[in-house]
Design a protein around this ligand. Structure first.
Ligand SMILES: NC(=O)c1ccc[n+]([C@@H]2O[C@H](COP(=O)([O-])OP(=O)(O)OC[C@H]3O[C@@H](n4cnc5c(N)ncnc54)[C@H](O)[C@@H]3O)[C@@H](O)[C@H]2O)c1
Ligand SMILES: O=C(O)C(=O)C[C@@H](O)[C@H](O)[C@H](O)COP(=O)(O)O
Ligand SMILES: [Zn+2]
Length: 366
């Protein structure tokens, strides 16, 4: 087992990474604050991993009272209405503040459970057990929690850090290939914004990841968690550098919302958005055509889309981008690449005409 720490002073927490960690019940139990736990999962993940999780919590005569709630599976259910079911279950079970919520699943379950925990009786503890690549390399770390709104992605939420993140790499064995690729999008992101060595490693090792080589995955997950932990420790609430984790997301979130949540996976939308950010960066002269080409090629090598879906227009993009959380006083800020590889900026210093040119280049329906 490897451990990466998210250093947040008195709220510092560990990320455990290893094969078969879900079977090590003591590890999970030591992070259950209080006498009860509410496991939150979805119907797909429950089939494979609910029983082992319940067994881990009950093991060693723990005396922990364990409840669970199973939500419907899908990004379209990442809503305040569905989240209500978690609070309903907690209240019906008379769970008090001495309870730990346990998020068992991908990023949707992790974000929803974290927000449910942040608001339940004004805040209870929670633990992340991420079971997708997306959740293991990104969403389970850093405490961004919340739900979508029809007018914008992740618009309702809270910062709430988990007690620990328990990454069982064996869970990826059952993950569909499309979901595996979606998560790779965020690993490429770390390479582009701050870790040139990781980007080059991905260029050399993409076939190993797609072939599910366990050693390659352990490396990719650990490096990703290290990168994310460093950024979060430096800027927990996104006053500055944390916004760089949003590379490709302003375009990507517009795609997700416009296509209807769930039609495009988060990582797919971010992939196309990252290619668009690279295009704009090259137009501005901040990266050369070679780096733009390497970015597009790596994203394509992961089997991810390099263009947004048909039907997107510059107007649709601008409508959603205008309500992005990085907008300040009506001014759009983007994360753009600035050479060499591994460099980026958070900026509003770009000509609207250049942004328009990128949008037109990528909108088939324009
Ligand atoms: N909080 C953050 O910092 C952050 C970071 C990145 C993404 N996100 C959010 O995460 C969400 C996307 O997460 P995701 O890609 O994990 O999607 P997801 O949670 O919808 O999971 C993807 C699919 O995989 C299934 N699944 C999960 N684990 C499985 C397993 N081990 N075997 C088989 N199937 C499994 C799920 O049931 C689902 O159908 C988005 O809502 C995105 O906004 C949040
Ligand atoms: O942790 C962060 O900070 C991120 O931006 C990680 C992103 O990959 C993730 O998609 C996040 O949910 C986006 O945050 P948002 O604030 O733009 O909704
Ligand atoms: Zn993301």
């Amino acid at each position: 087992m490897e451990t990466v720490e998210v250093n947040l002073g008195t709220r510092t927490y560990p990320i455990y990474i290893g094969a078969g960690l879900l079977q090590k019940g003591a590890l999970l139990r030591q992070h259950i604050a209080g006498s009860s736990a509410l496991v939150v999962t979805n119907d797909t993940v429950a089939k494979e991993y609910l029983e082992p999780t319940l067994a881990a919590l009950h093991g060693g005569d723990s005396g922990i009272r364990v409840e669970h709630v199973v939500l419907p599976d899908g990004e379209q259910y990442k809503s305040i209405e569905v989240l209500q079911r978690v609070w309903d279950k907690a209240l019906q079970s008379r769970l008090d503040r001495n309870t730990t919520f346990v998020a068992l699943g991908g990023g949707v379950i992790g974000d929803m459970t974290g927000f449910a925990a942040a608001a339940y009786q004004r805040g209870v503890a929670f633990v992340q057990i991420p079971t997708t690549v997306m959740a293991q390399v990104d969403s389970s770390v850093g405490g961004k929690t919340g739900v979508n709104h029809p007018l914008g992605k992740n618009m309702i939420g809270a910062f709430h850090q988990p007690q620990c993140v328990l990454i069982d790499t064996k869970a990826l064995d059952t993950l569909p290939a499309r979901e595996l690729a979606s998560g790779i999008s965020e690993i490429i992101k770390y390479g582009l914004i701050r870790d040139a060595e990781l980007f080059e490693w991905l260029e050399a090792n993409m076939p190993r990841l797609l072939a599910r080589d366990p050693q390659a995955w352990t490396h990719a997950i650990r490096r990703s968690c290290e990168n994310k932990a460093e950024v979060v420790a430096a800027d927990e609430r996104e006053g500055g550098v944390r916004a760089t984790l949003n590379l490709g997301h302003t375009f990507g979130h517009a795609i997700e919302a416009a296509a209807g949540y769930g039609a495009w996976l988060h990582g797919e939308a971010v992939a196309a958005g990252t290619v668009m950010a690279a295009d704009l960066s090259r137009r501005l002269g901040w990266i050369d055509a070679a780096l733009e080409g390497r970015t597009t090629a790596l994203i394509a090598a992961a089997g991810l889309p390099t263009r947004p879906p048909k039907g997107m227009t510059p107007e649709v993009f601008m409508g959603f981008m205008g309500v992005d959380k990085k907008v300040v006083d009506g001014t759009l800020r983007l994360i753009l690449l600035k050479g060499p590889l591994g460099g980026c900026v958070i900026t509003s210093e770009f000509d609207a005409a250049e942004l328009r040119a990128t949008l037109e280049e990528f909108c088939d329906g324009a």
